[in-house]
Write a protein that binds this ligand. Structure first.
Ligand SMILES: NC(=O)c1ccc[n+]([C@@H]2O[C@H](COP(=O)([O-])OP(=O)(O)OC[C@H]3O[C@@H](n4cnc5c(N)ncnc54)[C@H](OP(=O)(O)O)[C@@H]3O)[C@@H](O)[C@H]2O)c1
Length: 241
């Protein structure tokens, strides 16, 4: 069984796209999932063996995030599994980069992720798991995505350090690194960009959000009990061959 039966899970950025697929999969596998979104209606649904509780949170606002985690703590008492998915990817080549582009990207992709991990680990029992949604962009130099790639390289680096720091508590920290995946983020790029990217993927197609969710579930569950500090690419081979 790869299940998360009885676990309390938080997915930061858990509505739509990859994060929505992760939140739904975690719930289907038996977890009570708290999923944040800036835009979804608050509510609760039963999904498979678990529950999905959606909470309206501006994830890039560290104060709002802290209040959200306090609420989870008072309702559920702990966080067994944390997935941090919320992220943005804006195009800007070096000559076009402005401070606001850098700040938006790092405030969400790095700063919010850091403080979400800090808040969650404060109430994470032994055996907990953290799954950070990175990107293969952390290791390749896609033109126009320098700040994004650097933000995901920071995520990769955090996973190494936190895996080391949290190992004495048997809390594992890993990164799931999607390649081009068919979501709203990818739909926002140009046709030319999507065609170019698809040609670079050995499996000849973009990934689906549910394929990333399968990898996130593996890293969140006891199926990966001896894996920590690692990055699992879900990229059709794009950055692997
Ligand atoms: N799609 C790809 O090809 C691809 C490839 C590699 C890595 N990734 C990574 O996968 C993750 C999810 O991406 P996706 O493709 O599923 O994109 P998406 O559908 O655009 O979802 C983006 C996620 O980030 C949140 N978000 C966006 N802007 C935000 C902001 N300003 N403040 C707070 N939250 C914000 C969204 O939450 P709301 O509900 O609040 O809007 C949503 O959860 C990201 O970390 C991305 O870097 C994606």
């Amino acid at each position: 069984m790869s299940g998360l039966s009885g676990k309390i899970a938080v997915v930061v950025g858990g509505h739509g796209g990859i994060g929505g697929a992760i939140a739904e999969r975690f719930a289907a596998e038996g977890a009570t999932v708290y999923a944040t979104s800036r835009r979804a209606d608050e509510g609760e649904v039963e999904l498979g063996a678990g529950r999905l509780r959606t909470r309206r949170v501006e994830a890039s606002d560290v104060t709002a995030l802290a209040a959200f985690f306090e609420r989870v703590g008072s309702e559920a008492g702990r966080v067994d599994v944390l997935a941090v998915n919320a992220g943005i990817a804006e195009y800007a080549t070096l000559d076009d980069i402005r401070e606001d582009h850098f700040d938006r990207t790092f405030d969400l992709n790095v700063r919010a992720l850091l403080f979400a991990a800090k808040a969650a680990t404060a109430m994470m029992p032994e055996g907990g798991a953290i799954v950070l949604v990175g990107s293969i962009a952390d290791a390749i130099g896609t033109k126009g995505y320098g700040v994004y790639g650097a933000s995901k390289a920071a995520v990769r680096s955090f996973a190494r350090t936190w895996a080391n720091e949290l190992a004495p508590r048997n809390i594992r920290v890993n990164v799931v690194a999607p390649g081009p995946t068919d979501t709203a983020m990818m739909a926002a790029t140009s046709d030319e960009m999507r065609e170019t990217l698809t040609k670079l993927i050995p499996l000849g197609r973009m990934g689906r959000a549910d394929e990333v969710a399968s990898a996130a579930l593996f890293l969140a569950s006891d199926q990966s009990s001896y894996i920590t500090g690692a990055e699992l690419p879900v990229d059709g081979g794009m950055a692997q061959v």
